[in-house]
Design a protein around this ligand. Structure first.
Ligand SMILES: NC(=O)c1ccc[n+]([C@@H]2O[C@H](COP(=O)([O-])OP(=O)(O)OC[C@H]3O[C@@H](n4cnc5c(N)ncnc54)[C@H](O)[C@@H]3O)[C@@H](O)[C@H]2O)c1
Length: 236
């Protein structure tokens, strides 16, 4: 598979390392708006683009891939407001996109376990839930996509049980954010009653887990048409 990397920061460089070790070929690297024009010939050869850039450039980058019939894996976060518009555009133009706030296989298992635990906990309102996220100091905004996604699934499971038992804590989970240098990312979901605590925890040891997942998603999206999320890739 011929791959174009869009966004050559920390994640773009991890993906480059993985491509070098794989049987895929890196045909282009784009790290700014200006570089698109210089890389047209290289992009012609690409089967798929992997995009980890910035919230302010991601929407324009996706549209550029649609214009070139280039399937795209989008790892950049912070474009939720544009999802609907881009989904419609993708379907209308018969293009291929898979996005994920977190491509790590372990995190996607963690999401599935979080959902199952929330489903069980929704019947036991004596438990209070909270979510803790720890990231490296360069990540300024908080909470980040993964913590919000965990909270979203907890609220969803709580509201699907409303009418049976209401859990006020699960309806508005508290998210606390810490920033520590050299930490790729830790997420903890804990439920506490007066008598016991249950915690589930995921720790990313480095960025390779995200890059590996993005490469799996790239192989998965190439033969498909449509707008997908990483959940469709792993199907846990
Ligand atoms: N989905 C996941 O699994 C996952 C994992 C890690 C990070 N992320 C997200 O991926 C994004 C990138 O993360 P990072 O740590 O590599 O950031 P980074 O700041 O290290 O790199 C971003 C790169 O994008 C480049 N860029 C800016 N404008 C561009 C444009 N118009 N076209 C192409 N490139 C452009 C910048 O020059 C920079 O090199 C962030 O949104 C981050 O939250 C997602």
């Amino acid at each position: 598979m011929n791959i174009a990397i869009i966004g050559y920061g920390k994640m773009g460089k991890e993906i480059e390392k993985l491509i070098e070790k794989s049987n895929h070929t890196l045909v282009s690297i784009i790290d700014s708006e200006e570089e698109w024009a210089e890389c047209e010939d290289e992009l012609e050869k690409a089967d798929v683009a992997i995009e980890f850039s910035t919230p302010s450039s991601v929407v324009s980058n996706i549209k550029k891939c649609f214009d070139r019939n280039l399937p795209i894996v989008v790892g950049t976060t912070g474009w939720n407001d544009a999802h609907e518009e881009l989904k419609n555009l993708c379907l209308e133009k018969k293009q291929s996109l898979v996005w994920g706030a977190n491509f790590s296989v372990g995190v996607n298992m963690f999401f599935a376990v979080n959902k199952k635990l929330a489903e069980m906990m929704a019947n036991y309102p004596e438990f209070d839930v909270d979510i803790e996220e720890v990231h490296h100091t360069a990540k300024l905004d908080s909470p980040r996509g993964t913590a919000l996604f965990l909270a979203h699934d907890i609220v969803k499971m709580a509201s699907s049980k409303l009418g049976k038992t209401e859990s006020p804590s699960m309806s508005t989970p508290v998210i606390s954010s810490k920033r520590i240098s050299n930490t790729p990312g830790t997420h903890i979901v804990s439920y506490q009653s007066d008598n016991e605590t249950i915690e589930i925890k995921h720790v990313a040891l480095n960025r390779q887990n995200f890059a590996q997942g993005a490469l799996i998603a790239a192989e998965w999206i190439v033969p498909k048409k449509g707008f997908y999320s990483v959940k469709d890739v792993y199907d846990f």
